[in-house]
Design a protein around this ligand. Sequence first.
Ligand code: PRX
Length: 573
Amino acid sequence: MSIDHKERISVAAASPNMGSYEEAHASFDWSEVEKQFTWHETGKVNMAFEAIDRHLAEGRGQKTALLYSDPKRDESYTFEQLSLLSNRFSNVLRKLGLAKGERLFIFMPRSPELYVALLGSLKLGVVVGPLFEAFMETAVKDRLLDSTATAIVTTPALLPRIKRDELPDLKHVIVVSDEGVPEGTISYKDEMAAASEEAQIEWLDREDGLLIHYTSGSTGKPKGVFHVQNAMLQHYHTGRIVLDLKEDDVYWCTADPGWVTGTSYGIFAPWLNGATNVVRGGRFSPQDWYTTLQRYGVTVWYSAPTAFRMLMGAGDDSVAQYDLSSLRHVLSVGEPLNPEVVRWGLKVYGQRIHDTWWMTETGGQLICNYPSMEIKPGSMGRPIPGVEAAIIDDAGNELPPYRMGNLAVRTPWPSMMRKIWNNPAKYEEYFRIPGWYISGDSAYRDEDGYFWFQGRIDDVINTAGERVGPFEVESKLVEHPAVAEAGVIGKPDPMRGEIIKAFISLREGFEPSDELKADIARFVKEGLSAHASPREIEFKDKLPKTRSGKIMRRVLKAWELDLPTGDLSTIED
Ligand code: PRX
């Protein structure tokens, strides 16, 4: 039995930033958090200023802000250096004529330049769309087209995936390279060298744009989740009470900025709190990660269940070779955190792994385990002070303990998305029950107010913590010459949470074969992205469809899991 509602991991002896959970809730007021920021006095604000430049005035200019390494580079930057570099980049954009509110995408692997470009864009009030480096042509095109982005920062290796002739709004392609850059593109290196270190910060309103993160739903193309400057309240607050960041912490968030965890908690929360931020490029390996923890003396570590499961799989001996005694606080996000992993973390790291729940749409953590709180392994924890969450039925009635229902959050909170780009109808769906944000997750709550995740209500797939929309994969699959129809589901997997499984019917003249399976998988990998490519493919003569022609993923899932197929009254035949 993996979940035991009675199991508790008690609080470690320490003095966390947030004392008693109950007291913090009772006395909480967002207006106290607001006092941290310039708008409290001026009415105006800028995320890049608050995260970086403010520290110069407060005596932290020479403090290390960024410790960057990958297999080829090893660098460190102070807050002052990041301030000056991002000033330069904002001048590069100003010279190109970019202005507040325009969309610029950053499409590159982790590197110091990624962080400089992001901060520099924000200084000018430009809205940044971070793109994961694994995205291929179609994925890149869909996102740039939808947001009518005018600029992109990228690398020579990724440049061929940007189809400029199909992107009429894209005017500026900035290429980060030590060598020369292709004709028709702008050299990051040359422009940075020529730009001034002094810059005019664009002072913004709290509701002005910050980021667009594209994420998947169960229907349609990815949605552009739009976040605003005001999110900094949540980032700062949760950085303090959930990450428990203190002045001398060395903090490592393992997420890429292409995902929301890599921006909210890989950039904003640590720097708003003045912490030293570790960024490790390159690929995952247990040896590499443990070396990174040891080498920098990481104190606070934020990662994901898939990574912890892989570390667990690498065996306890692999941990014993490293000195991880600097670690004092460990957190997880992105998928359900298995109780076994929590127990294992306690055994091998001597640390409680604190689960946190939130989503791209929520912009910041909402339901969490805190250093000051007992952990119940398998539970996501309790809402942060300033946030109210509940389990409600479809009519909006709150359900009693242990009854499963919609995980909902009382609106608003500071980092809540402000729109879905180009799609007001999609946005409204989240708020269809007055007063609540409907997450799309199902969960229950226990008598102590702890929340327990149960699953997604829609067909969204969570594979290794990455959200994949079945529709996006199906659309790519049917572009393959052999594929007539495709239905995609998430299949439970011990390491990745879920893997992508595709059911496919073939066009006339094509025969099922292993070669064809491999070719179809490769087609998705090369057209969309590796993480969206099906790991399993099954050929079927016919797929179950409604009379209106919609593929019934629910039936595919029931087939796969040997479950009853449920109501089939709308099926075609
Ligand atoms: O289903 C939930 C799952 O991931 C979804 C959000 O995915 P995304 O927008 O990509 O954001 C991930 C980073 C915040 C949620 O709807 N999820 C996230 N955290 C947890 C989780 N499921 C269970 N436990 C969690 N702690």
